[in-house]
Design a protein around this ligand. Sequence first.
Ligand code: NDP
Ligand code: PYC
Length: 331
Amino acid sequence: MSTTDLSLDKIYSLAKNVMLANGCDTANAEALADIICRAERDGSHSHGLFRVPGYVKALRSGKVDGKAKPTIRHLTPAVIQVDGHGCFAPLAQAVGLPALTEATAKIGIAALSLVGVHHFAALWPETEYLADRGFVGIACTAYMPSVAPAGSNEALFGTNPLSFAWPRPGHNPVVYDMATASMAMGDVQIAARDGREVPLGTGLDANGQPTTDPAAIAKGVLLPFGGYKGSAIAMMVELLAAGMTGEQFSFEARDTDNKDGGPPRGGEMIIGMSPAIIAGDGWQDHVEGFVQKLSNIDGVRMPGARRHKNRMDKGPRPINLALIETINSLL
Ligand code: NDP
Ligand code: PYC
């Protein structure tokens, strides 16, 4: 695979310029460029520049409004709703997360429901936002069907990611962010692009047969991680991200989407919790003992640690050359 080195500043300005060139106003373009640049910085390759062609398709088809101005409502003191009015999710998050943080700090637990958004990114930025301010963050979103519920070979769930972040003042938070599919579709597509096989158990081909060929899985279905247990968590994500927000389930998103290749309209549920209020004084030392015990076990690596290590590197990032050429052609 040929790559070219790009500094983080160049990644940010490339992403911002391509969004501005395709109908975004400054607020929308900057929110997207920030999320794309942070994904490349951390090594979240399937959700950084790789997603730019899909973002642009959604802008060009008019499905996403690059000039949308999200609005915020307090449904109760602890329940906040942001309507993106058709924007990509990052700007709606930028509007809602400060209010969620404030409500969590006051009440101990609060929820942010995003509606009218198009989510195409990783979820750790929203959960880490809360953890960086001393709160636990949980986030999930649905997509369009590509995952067969356990026992079937018919796609109903999206790859339905779930992220959790726990604050560790003075340290990076403990954070996981994972598709509830055995593999994110972005990683399946990257494996197909780079000519790599994926592990058996990742998905089934169009005839319902197990395969290690990522291109065949893209035409068939992904499987949930961990059999019926992962399938139950994927179901929970549908219920929280669509049932609880009132937005579209993955199958509804497929039915209403214009199939331009960009993300469909949907919802996201983000929950904040305050350990200082719920657990009380001493929570930090208590938890730190557990985290140390876990991370000191031979062979264990903490989720999030790979990204946080990548983040320390301020240098350029190698980016797939063909992808850069594609993005340049969208300017
Ligand atoms: P991975 O399977 O790569 O990683 C999932 C989590 O497990 C990460 O927190 C990762 O930490 C951690 N991890 C990985 N390997 C180990 C290990 N050996 N020991 C301990 N922890 C480990 O992620 P996915 O492929 O499932 O998802 C990738 C991204 O795709 C996510 O950011 C997700 O939000 C995004 N996504 C977005 C969707 C959307 O609709 N917007 C849909 C589906 C996925 P670390 O990051 O440090 O490696
Ligand atoms: O990688 O599965 C995925 C995905 C879907 C939407 C955004 N990312």
